[in-house]
Ligand binder design. Structure first.
Ligand code: AMP
Length: 310
């Protein structure tokens, strides 16, 4: 089933303890789309400036990502510069130049609007809601956001959360949005606003999912070397939603969502192995399958109960 993503298309400059890049393809919609492209057809909706060239389109085309709804506008493509220290869960934004992203109003073709699954990446919540309303056929809609919108457009964000199925935020955003330090309670609050699923992204510690059927969590895949965490959250979402897209007939129950968590975890783990989207451009389906199997192996144990002293 086709997937549509609406979000930023960017040039990123990133410094991590293992190196730096000055000008590379990035943006939440791009990371998501490349990850989800391993599972199904993906339509990208977002703006680019006239500095966005054939080389960038080719990266998306090589993974058969549908770029018809990438809107070309006179001006500069969104630019983000960030820096990571040795704690890769902490990042500093050094520069954000909105460029053509500042006046972005998503325009969806009939084809993008007809997608069955929709990911509303981090954009202004009113725009997210307008896109959600346009995609009437969407059977599963997930949303990401950021601290800026929690602080500056909280009411609109909560209204938008009310019309999606799944909220995917990181731990600190969930706490800030709900004013609730406890994750289980924060998720309950969000579910009371409407969504049936809350996914808490926890960076190098993995991700947790809370629904009416309970709690499920996976660690991040244990890598020896993490080069650049940028886009891990969007690739997680791409793997998660891509997996759902590829299982259109399946019952949308806790087991399906747990498996989607595993594919999200795997996609995020590949993404951080190299800078930007570099790793995804030479990733194979076999590598993904192998990593998910490995993740399954390392997260299982068989209990042999002992007589416990009371
Ligand atoms: P993540 O690491 O999953 O949070 O996503 C990182 C991506 O988000 C980068 O490629 C940036 O280009 C993009 N990004 C950074 N700041 C913003 C922003 N304010 N709005 C939209 N996208 C952003």
């Amino acid at each position: 089933m086709p997937v549509t993503v609406v979000g930023s298309i960017a040039f990123d400059a990133v410094t991590t303890p293992l190196g730096s890049r000055d000008h590379m393809l990035g943006g939440s919609a791009v990371h998501f789309a490349l990850a989800a492209s391993f599972f199904d057809t993906v339509h990208v909706v977002g703006p680019v400036g006239d500095d966005f060239g054939q080389e960038e389109y080719d990266v998306l085309a090589a993974r058969a990502v549908r770029t018809d709804d990438i809107e070309r506008v006179a001006g500069q493509t969104f630019f983000w510069r960030g820096e990571y220290g040795w704690d890769l869960n902490e990042r500093r934004t050094l520069d954000t130049q909105l460029g053509v992203f500042a006046d972005f109003v998503p325009k969806l073709s009939e084809e993008s609007a007809a997608a069955d699954l929709l990911f509303l990446a981090n954009i202004q919540p009113d725009l997210q809601r307008a896109v959600r309303e346009r995609c009437r056929r969407a059977r599963f809609v997930a949303l990401d956001s950021m601290n800026y919108w929690i602080e500056n457009a909280r009411d609109s964000l909560i209204e938008t959360i009310g019309v999606v199925d799944c909220v995917m935020l990181n731990d600190s955003e969930l706490r800030e949005l709900t004013g609730e330090p406890n994750l289980v309670r924060a998720a309950r609050q969000i579910r009371e606003w409407g969504p049936r699923l809350v996914v808490a992204k926890q960076g190098q510690y993995g991700a947790a999912m809370i629904s009416q059927d309970g709690f499920f969590a996976l660690p991040a895949f244990p890598l020896e070397t993490v080069v650049d965490p940028t886009g891990a959250g969007d690739c997680f979402a791409g793997g998660f939603i891509g997996y759902l897209a590829a299982h259109s007939g399946a019952e949308a129950d806790q087991d399906l969502f747990a498996r989607a968590m595993a594919y999200g975890t795997a996609m995020a783990s590949f993404n951080v192995e190299e800078f930007g989207v570099e790793r995804l451009t030479h990733l194979t389906g076999d590598e993904i399958a192998h990593r998910v199997a490995e993740l399954q192996r390392i997260t299982q144990f068989s209990d042999r109960p002992v007589a416990l002293r009371t």
